[in-house]
Design a protein around this ligand. Structure first.
Ligand code: NOJ
Length: 560
């Protein structure tokens, strides 16, 4: 392992932690999470082993889409703090070895953004062409509506100027027109601004929609949208050579690959640095529902390798619904039946508004196995706040807000999130079995058997085994009668100093014997990474590695 290369390409083995400042920690006692509160809790993230914070939108916003509707791309929502606080956060995080990235939401603005207010005031507005207008909605206006519970068309009529504007998401989020060079310049300025304030890159919202310019009428669409993304990426890297773009691209693998760019033929990314692995994530849930590792194994076998300096970003949950849109109807029905049978748990006909532990009925063995998988699968793991302690959801809240409840720091009624009256919180703290009296950071820090301790062990082990992030991986045949086991190996390629890690994850509630065959490891002794006290395992002379696993068991075995 070339250590300076590993440091340059820091994201390849990063641990990304996503949080919304508003719901993380209140530092000034007004009931709303803020940047100061986050700074005060930075050591929790440091001890967890986080190396990169992803801040969800913190910009001024009427908050009709949880901050994804922005009215000022150069500001900080005053409820969360100031740009001074943001710089302090970046500084403090750096001190703990953490970089900070933020959501870049430039597919659209809020309808209350001054640009849009001006644009809709007259067809002659200087901002008119910053948005996408048409005299008549196209015939396919209803196709691709993202939030079908609220919207029935992608086009909204504007009475005053008698034209329709495009909104890929809610009607209060008009799409920006990136075919307009002024808009492209402005987006670059936004990127430059935050980079100058210390951000190390962005999670780019809704990338395929951002690049989609074919709907523009009477304007020249972008000749090649991917060239635009490459320009943006080049601009960012000129400003900050270590900055990354982590893209939200939920498409089949071959289509997603195009977003890495790699115009040099495969070696380096020149568009997005990382793309979320939405396909692998969905297949993992299908595997869980079926107690059969094959769907996930198959996805991993099909998943193309990203360019050498790029990576997939792996995740178990995020702030949105657990989307199952890439499964077939029958497969989705299986996952719904297993993990969200009530209609109230489902949303938009495609996903579940739940967190993992309640979906798995709180089964600690199964929850631990899933997170072991997150850190053992090739890709950069992205953790959503609260996952490290096993927070649950609140289905009494609207839609996706079910999974966006205040972070649970301690057992008190305010969950240690804030000392203010809970009625002033951005949303209620979870109650019941997953409430703060049962699930909180303070108790789990002290408990060696807690989920938090398990997370720390996983993060530590993942960072100590660079072959996971850097090596080549192979999905193995788990052996006869072990269909429920996902067996894969990661090999760091350097002869003599190379390492091989064999990871085994069992998806069923039963005992099983995994028996993959590894001919070139015949006779080699493997040590257990997650349990150094465990007896080493020796690969048989015939190359067969026989490992018994209990219900939902998992092991990382390493030859070095
Ligand atoms: C994707 C974000 O993840 C989601 O939360 C948001 O509603 C849409 N983009 C619109 O910005």
């Amino acid at each position: 392992m070339n250590l300076s290369r590993a440091a340059d390409l820091w994201w390849k083995n990063a641990v990304v932690y996503c949080l919304d400042v508003e719901t993380f920690a209140d530092g000034n006692g007004d009931g709303c999470g803020d940047l100061r509160g986050l700074i005060q809790h930075i050591d929790h993230l440091d001890r967890l082993g986080v190396t990169c914070l992803w801040l969800m939108p913190f910009y001024p916003s009427p908050d009709r889409d949880d901050g994804y509707d922005i009215t000022d791309f150069y500001g900080v929502d005053p409820r969360l703090g100031t740009s001074g606080d943001l710089v302090e956060l970046v500084r403090t995080a750096r001190d703990r070895g953490m970089r900070v990235i933020a959501d870049l939401v430039v597919n659209h603005t809020s309808a209350q953004h001054p640009w849009f207010l001006d644009a809709r005031s007259s067809r002659d507005s200087r901002y008119r062409d910053w948005y996408v207008w048409r005299d008549e909605p196209p015939a396919d206006a209803a196709e691709g509506v993202v939030f079908p519970d609220q919207e029935s068309s992608l086009w909204e009529y504007d009475k005053k100027t008698k034209q329709y504007y495009l909104h890929q998401f809610y009607k209060h989020q008009p799409d920006l027109n990136v075919a307009n060079p002024e808009v492209r310049d402005e987006i670059a300025r936004i990127i430059g601004y935050w980079t100058q304030l210390g951000l190390s890159g962005f999670r780019v919202d809704a990338v395929p929609f951002l690049l989609e310019t074919e709907r523009v009428q009477d304007t020249v669409a972008l000749p090649d949208p991917h060239d635009y993304l490459a320009d943006l990426s080049a601009f960012l890297r000129r400003r900050n050579g270590e900055a990354v773009l982590l893209g939200e691209v939920n498409l089949p693998y071959p289509d997603t690959m195009a977003f890495f760019g790699a115009r040099d033929g495969g070696g380096s990314t020149d568009e997005l640095t990382m793309c979320f692995d939405f396909i692998g994530m969905q297949q993992m849930y299908l595997s869980l529902a079926r107690a059969d590792a094959e769907p996930l194994a198959d996805a991993l076998r099909q998943r193309p390798d990203p360019p050498e300096d790029g990576h997939w970003a792996t995740f178990v949950r995020n702030h949105d619904e657990l989307t199952l849109d890439k499964l077939t109807d029958a497969q989705r029905a299986e996952v719904f039946a297993a993990f969200g049978p009530d209609e109230d748990m489902q949303v938009y006909g495609r996903g579940l508004r739940r967190r993992l532990p309640p979906m798995l009925d709180g089964d600690a063995r199964r929850i631990r196995m899933v997170y072991s998988l997150l850190f053992a699968l090739p890709g950069t793991p992205v953790v959503f706040y609260g996952e490290e302690i096993g927070m649950g959801e609140n289905l009494a809240l609207d839609g996706r807000f079910a999974v966006r409840t205040p972070m649970q720091w301690s057992p008190e009624p305010g969950a240690g999130f804030s000392t203010a009256d809970p009625s002033t919180f951005p949303g209620p703290v979870v109650e019941g079995a997953y409430g703060p009296e049962h699930v909180n950071v303070r108790d789990q820090v002290r408990d060696h058997d807690s989920l938090l301790s398990w997370f720390r062990l996983l993060v530590d082990s993942y960072r100590a085994c660079p072959e996971l992030a850097w090596g080549a991986y192979t999905v193995l045949d788990p052996g006869p009668d072990a269909r429920a086991v996902l067996a894969h190996r990661c090999d760091s390629g350097e002869p003599g100093v190379g390492c091989t890690l064999i990871a085994l994850h069992h998806f069923a509630d039963a005992d099983v014997e995994a028996a993959p065959v590894l001919p070139e490891l015949a006779g080699v002794t493997l040590t257990d990474v997650l349990d150094p006290a465990a007896e080493p395992v020796v690969v048989g002379d015939d190359g067969r590695l026989t490992v018994p696993l209990g219900p939902y068991g998992c092991r990382w075995l390493r030859a070095s």
